[in-house]
Design a protein around this ligand. Structure first.
Ligand code: UTP
Length: 787
């Protein structure tokens, strides 16, 4: 394969420098190069390059020279497409010609004069094409380097002091708050011209007391009063009265074209974007994002160097911001803890999605995790939202979009916490608490102040547990939160999982980092200042992972995660009625699915020693019911067979076709199913070249393209193809597989451990790597159709 200048060979594959994307091999590189993103960036780069070619840089004119005057002068060299003035200082301009011939003719002339002044005309500077996201990353560069921060923190005398310093270093200063207020005032003035009585209200980090330098300015455009104003005007009009409001506002505005009661979200966003683009000084880079959960218009402000977002009528966000403010005011430990956790999460790349989208935790979700932890302590640092509601007075009652958002407006209504833990202990406790929480099997509820079992959310028919008190129970009954590997219920919008965007991968990273942090906090390096000047306390906690640190000492194993969102409704209902023992039921299905994968899809066969081993194992089981899984793996080998092998199409089931018939069962209890053990044999390299064969088979079939492991019938055919085209089978590979289920104090998942029992040709590593990617997806596909 020929690689262009954009592609660089790197140790583990290829790097596309244009898109900053790494691919592990040539087929995936090929797919990337044909993909939308790469093609789009190629076109964009070509366009920019063409623009650079046809643009000249002009300076030396009088500061009050207009774009029109420059256009008029340069027209003599060719048609001018655009003149961009340096608005801030009026010192230079970029003149873009419609064709490159214009540039050439301009540069060919040695001298240029305008209004008696000699102009300096140069070719436009060639800039390397950069990804927009890179530019954004640069804009959000921290105000302080990690080295400097670390140095500063290490000067402190205790972890408590270090955490206090985090607030001092990162919080918005007075000037930054003033700049935000200034922009807010300008926007309010401009918008009210077009949308009488509208209100622009800030929310999010600029005002929730957790803001950091350069954080976005999140704004809500509240149009409720404008709607009332418009309705009033319409009525007057119908009655033939004066359409001028009492304030003398004219109806002759952008507003007159749009009926706010019936306008679509897209129309409103377009209106906001137009006002920002055309009428707000200093605002640039305006664009609407209609696809977001809450559609938004994004913009930047040049002079204030700020980025902002405007959403429409998003009153819940304004209210939950008040809630964060309240929590911050209730206890002085909240802010240092939130600042420290936020910074840690950003360093470890588990929170802080760029430009709002992505699979990481958003800062709001992360803050809720900290607040929930403070609610869960004994005695608690913060009360639950239900308790706060009880402390509110009548005037503080608040219902938004049917959700009860009542809580006291002032901290003094809430009795102070009896908890006396210091910051150092609380941060350690945060990592301990979440590193052992079963995220996929739990739903975090700040409303209740406790973890709710996932089974309460699996059945669609039953009411949601938190909805009882709400004033709009019908609505809440019908829409359920989107369950995922991490479930954090919004404290008010009870059907919104604020971590619903997390993927399996980000959840795994989150857990890994929590465990690493917890481990570190147990060391004396965390608790005590180093006398030798070494990094200590939270400074060391923020340090990037050392090469290989994350994989050191880990037993290779494959996990099948519990993913409620991919299961069928009927299976979810079954799990829901199983209550505490839902893991047993789920694990049985996983075991059935595993047997389908190995037996029918990968065409593995039971070991030829199966019967002997089975007898041995039975004997062993009778002799020692409590045999541990680790010590038994070699002796307790059992067959892979199942009583009635499932067909690939049927998917796994845990009732009549229970796999336990011949598969070994090891240790079990009511809420923890027995571990299982299999021995398989494979004589063909069924893992080699699968992607290519899949592509070939898909071309000649009616099946639509599915990712690896996304369709059982295709995967079976791929294996069959490999076997049929491998007349000379290699030396057989025998391997054992042990499966156990984790949960309650660990993530709900099935953990599979593999061991080569006979591997003369040394294929096991390759096979294992293939299984690592393939198996979780394949089992998930089978579970998704299992009834
Ligand atoms: P962010 O996650 O951006 O938090 O949500 P932030 O505190 O402003 O942090 P930065 O901007 O990343 O520094 C902004 C606000 O959006 C609302 C909340 O009001 C939050 O404070 N929000 C966010 C929700 O209401 N629901 C969500 O799921 C996410």
């Amino acid at each position: 394969m020929e690689f262009g200048p954009d592609i660089q060979k790197v140790p583990k594959g290829f790097l596309c420098k244009l898109c900053d994307v790494k691919t592990p091999n040539e087929p995936s590189l090929d797919a990337h190069l044909k993909g939308k993103k790469h093609q789009h960036l190629c076109r964009l780069r070509a366009k920019r390059e063409a623009q650079q070619e046809s643009t000249v840089y002009v300076s030396g004119f009088q500061p009050d020279t207009s774009a029109g005057a420059l256009e008029e002068y340069f027209q003599q060299f060719g048609p001018v497409a655009e003149v961009i003035m340096d608005k801030e200082r009026g010192l230079y301009a970029l003149v873009e010609f419609a064709e490159t011939a214009g540039t050439k003719a301009t540069l060919a002339q040695l001298q240029h004069c305008l209004n008696g002044l000699k102009l300096r005309v140069k070719p436009r500077e060639r800039k390397n094409f950069k990804l927009a996201s890179k530019e954004r990353q640069n804009q959000t560069k921290p105000h302080i380097s990690l080295e400097k921060l670390s140095f500063n923190l290490c000067l402190a005398s205790s972890v408590n002091e270090q955490m206090q310093k985090m607030v001092e270093i990162f919080q918005l200063n007075e000037n930054e708050s003033k700049a935000r207020q200034l922009l807010l005032d300008v926007l309010q003035e401009v918008f009210i011209e077009f949308l009488p009585d509208c209100q622009i209200v800030p929310f999010g980090s600029s005002v929730n007391t957790f803001g950091v330098h350069s954080c976005d300015l999140d704004l809500v455009l509240d149009l409720e009063n404008t709607k009332a104003f418009q309705n009033h005007n319409r009525k007057c009009e119908q009655q033939g009265g004066d359409t001028q409001s009492e304030g003398g506002r004219s109806e002759d505005s952008i507003l007159s074209d749009i009926d706010l009661t019936t306008a679509s979200q897209d129309e409103l966003l377009e209106l906001v974007a137009t006002i920002l683009r055309k009428c707000t000084p200093g605002v640039f880079k305006v664009h609407a994002v209609n696809s977001a959960r809450l559609p938004v218009v994004k913009f930047s402000h040049r002079q204030l160097n700020l980025q902002g977002d405007i959403t429409i009528n998003n009153r819940l966000a304004v209210r939950n911001t008040r809630f964060l403010q309240l929590c911050s005011g209730l206890d002085s430990r909240v802010r240092p803890l939130v600042y420290s956790v936020r910074f840690w999460a950003k360093q470890k790349q588990i929170a802080g999605n760029l430009s709002g989208g992505g699979p990481l935790l958003n800062n709001y979700a992360l803050t809720l995790l900290v607040l929930f932890y403070l609610q869960s302590l004994s005695p608690p640092v913060l009360p639950s939202v239900e308790q706060l509601k009880e402390m509110a007075c009548e005037e503080e009652q608040c219902v938004i979009d049917g959700w009860d958002c009542t809580f006291p407006s002032q901290p003094f209504r809430v009795p102070p916490s009896k908890n006396t833990d210091d910051l150092c202990t609380l941060l350690f406790g945060f990592f301990t608490y979440y590193s052992t929480l079963d995220f996929p099997g739990s739903v975090i509820s700040l409303r209740a102040g406790r973890v709710l079992p996932i089974t309460d959310f699996l059945s669609r028919e039953e009411e949601m547990p938190d909805a009882a008190e709400s004033s709009d129970a019908t609505r809440q009954k019908t829409i359920r939160p989107k369950l995922g590997p991490v479930n954090i219920l919004d404290p008010f919008e009870l059907n919104h999982n604020v971590a619903g965007n997390l993927t399996e991968r980000t959840h795994r990273n989150l857990r890994r980092e929590l465990c690493e942090a917890e481990k570190y906090c147990r060391s004396s390096r965390y608790q005590r200042k180093s006398s030798k000047g070494k990094s200590w306390g939270i400074a060391k906690l923020f340090a990037p992972l050392l090469e290989g640190q994350d994989s050191a000492g880990k037993v290779p194993e494959i996990s099948i995660a519990f993913r409620a969102d991919t299961l069928t409704d009927s299976f979810r209902a079954e799990l829901s009625s199983a209550g505490e023992t839902f893991r047993v039921l789920w694990f049985k299905k996983v075991c059935s699915a595993l047997e389908v994968v190995f037996k029918e899809i990968l065409k593995c066969t039971p070991s030829d020693q199966v019967e002997i081993l089975q007898d041995q194992a039975r004997e062993e089981e009778v002799n020692n019911n409590n045999e541990s899984l680790d010590s038994s793996s070699d002796q307790l080998a059992g067959p892979s067979g199942i009583k009635r092998p499932l067909s690939v199409e049927e998917g796994p089931s845990c009732s009549s076709s229970s796999p336990q018939g011949k598969r070994m069962k090891l240790e079990g209890s009511a809420d923890r199913p027995e571990a299982s053990h299999w021995i398989w044999t494979q004589r063909h390299l069924v893992w080699a070249g699968r992607r290519k064969i899949r592509r070939i088979l898909l071309k000649t079939s009616d099946e639509t393209s599915k990712p690896e492991g996304g369709c059982s019938s295709i995967e079976s055919r791929v294996t069959q193809y490999i076997i049929e085209n491998d007349p000379d089978p290699k030396e057989e590979l025998k391997f054992s597989m042990d499966a156990v289920v984790a949960g309650s104090d660990d993530c709900t998942k099935a953990v599979l451990k593999f061991k080569a029992t006979s591997d003369p040709a040394g294929h096991f590593q390759d096979f294992y790597h293939f299984l690592d990617c393939f198996l979780p997806k394949m089992v998930e596909t089978l579970l998704a159709k299992s009834e």
